[in-house]
Design a protein around this ligand. Structure first.
Ligand code: GTP
Ligand code: MG
Length: 192
């Protein structure tokens, strides 16, 4: 994918604030602090298109970006971070669910998981839920630079088993080394 442009469009909490559904869209989801905003920046070769944070739970809105003027990326707020205030937690579920269920131009969801963590019920439920709504998932294992190549291979198998998916379908990725960038793009291009 050759990136000619990447622009922030808008932030939304409800459908009336979404931009028009006039181009194919890919959303990025995962626990807070897993590296969603960092992945988007790496994909579009920009350092700060999307704000990343040292404070987990910073992305609390549905943020829309347009790439090359022809498709959109959506940075979803992270889930499961304990320090997010309760009122924010209560709006997270409905806000994300409303987006995922009601977006006619949504072509797929990139689900990010930390390569060092064994996914729990949350991730499994989310994948089942995506399947139920016929939204194809792309599964990315972030922060791969934190593990050696052999440990990465091990974790990939452990995570695949925990999720009940094929290990080949899990893409190890790192912002630091850019490992996996091409593979993630290939998966996204297939969906677009
Ligand atoms: N070592 C390493 N650190 C990473 C990687 N990706 C993200 N990080 C770090 O993890 C932290 C969180 O990254 P973000 O991209 O802001 O995560 P997020 O999922 O968007 O977080 P929220 O918006 O809070 O849900 C930042 O300090 C990043 O620098 C990676 O591949 N390797
Ligand atoms: Mg973020």
């Amino acid at each position: 994918m050759i990136i000619k442009s990447a622009e922030f469009v808008t932030s939304a909490v409800k459908p009336s604030q979404y931009p028009p559904a006039d181009m194919p869209e890919i959303a990025f989801a995962g626990r807070s602090n897993v590296g969603k905003s960092s992945l988007i920046n790496t994909l579009v070769n920009r350092k700060r298109l999307v704000k990343t944070s040292t404070t987990p739970g910073r992305t609390q809105l549905v943020n829309f970006f347009v790439v090359n003027g022809v498709f959109a990326f959506v940075d979803l707020p992270g889930y499961g971070y304990a320090k997010v205030p309760l009122p924010v937690k209560k709006t997270w579920g409905p806000m994300v669910e409303t987006y995922l269920k009601g977006r006619p131009n949504l072509k797929g969801v990139v689900l990010l998981m930390d390569i060092r963590r064994i996914p729990r019920q949350e991730e499994k439920t989310f994948i089942d839920w995506l399947n139920h709504y016929h939204i194809p998932p792309v599964l990315v294992l972030t922060k791969a630079d934190k593990l050696s190549k052999s440990k990465q291979a091990q974790q990939r198998t452990v995570i695949a088993t925990a999720l009940g998916v094929d290990a080949g379908g899990l893409i190890p990725f790192s912002v630091k080394t850019r490992q996996g960038r091409t593979a993630v793009w290939e998966a996204i291009e297939r969906l677009l």
